[in-house]
Design a protein around this ligand. Structure first.
Ligand code: SF4
Ligand code: SF4
Length: 295
């Protein structure tokens, strides 16, 4: 009998790796941002991670340091007949390419294996409590996400998954098992409001909230508060009830909308005042959530 070849290890499209962060989960963590997202949130703070690069070449002339080269290329994945190559050694991280891109993308996303991501952390690993995989939406690359969580855990770094909740995690038990926990955004409880905020349904999000809470895998739930954009009171109440009903000890983080980093057309969205945030936090606590954080 001929032995089957082992499947090729999954590679992910990585937008960037932040070597350490104190605000993306407990302790000091490296954050791995994956490229591509299926939501289009009005208040997206990483809009350059939303779309995969289509190699149109428009950003290359904007680069002041010659780090981008547009070369002729053929094939269905190169609809513009170009391939844009990024030379990290020449990049001065000025952001001009991202500013020039009209497609919410970046020419600097790279394909990496899980082992390459872990190896890239280098000696810094000794000072980390774990990694957090974020995006974009990391759940859109489930095979790579699982392999990254496994490789990271094997290296002594437990992995948190920071997700918009659009992926059916109940159908991915090995991925869920490999994760230390999940940080889930619940952007609005009402389906129509969620569609208006993100362009997508929230059915999978709410199913994930219940599933991950019951499975003891929920580390944190987050809601960004934008006055007038959705019924924040109802969202906070329903999320709190779901947490309490499942016995989850997950904390609930209420995030004040901030315009910094948001696409120009949405920077004028209103910022909630202190009283609004305090009232929402009090509501969550009154519903029985043990840990409520306002940022
Ligand atoms: S990053 Fe944007 S502008 Fe640059 S090649 Fe990709 S899609 Fe085109
Ligand atoms: S961030 Fe890097 S690749 Fe992009 S324009 Fe600036 S130097 Fe060029």
């Amino acid at each position: 009998m001929t032995a089957r070849a082992a499947p090729a290890p999954a590679r992910g499209v990585v937008a960037r790796i932040l070597p350490r962060s104190a605000v993306d989960g407990p302790g000091n963590r490296a954050v791995v941002f994956l490229q591509g997202c299926d939501f289009d949130c009005l208040y997206c703070h990483n809009p350059e991670t939303r779309a995969l690069c289509v190699h149109c070449g428009e950003c290359a002339p904007a680069c002041p340091s010659g780090a981008l080269t547009a070369r002729p290329a053929a094939g269905p994945e190169r609809p513009f007949g170009l391939e844009v190559a990024w030379d990290a050694t020449r990049c001065v991280d000025c952001g001009a390419c991202v500013a020039a891109c009209r497609r919410d993308s970046s020419p600097k996303a790279v394909a990496m294996s899980a082992e390459e991501v872990v190896a890239s952390l280098g000696r810094q690993r000794a000072f980390l409590s774990g990694i957090t995989v974020s995006g974009g939406e990391c759940g859109l690359q489930p095979a790579f996400l699982e392999s990254l969580l496994v490789a990271s855990r094997a290296a002594g770094l437990p992995g948190l998954v920071d997700t918009n909740g659009s992926t059916d995690y109940a159908a991915l038990p090995a991925l869920v098992e490999a994760a230390e926990g999940f940080m889930l955004d619940v952007k609005a409880w009402d389906e129509d409001e969620h569609r208006a905020l993100t362009g997508a349904s929230n059915r999978a999000v709410i199913a994930n909230l219940r599933f991950l809470a019951a499975a003891g895998k929920l580390y944190e739930v987050r809601t960004v508060v934008v006055p007038g954009s959705f019924d924040a009171e109802r969202t906070v109440r329903e999320v709190s009830r779901a947490l309490v009903d499942s016995g989850s000890a997950a904390r609930y983080k209420l995030i004040r909308f901030r315009p910094q980093g948001v696409r120009a057309r949405w920077r004028g969205l209103p910022v909630p005042d202190d009283d609004t945030m305090a009232a929402l936090a009090a509501l969550a606590r009154a519903e029985g959530v043990r840990e409520v954080v306002v940022v």
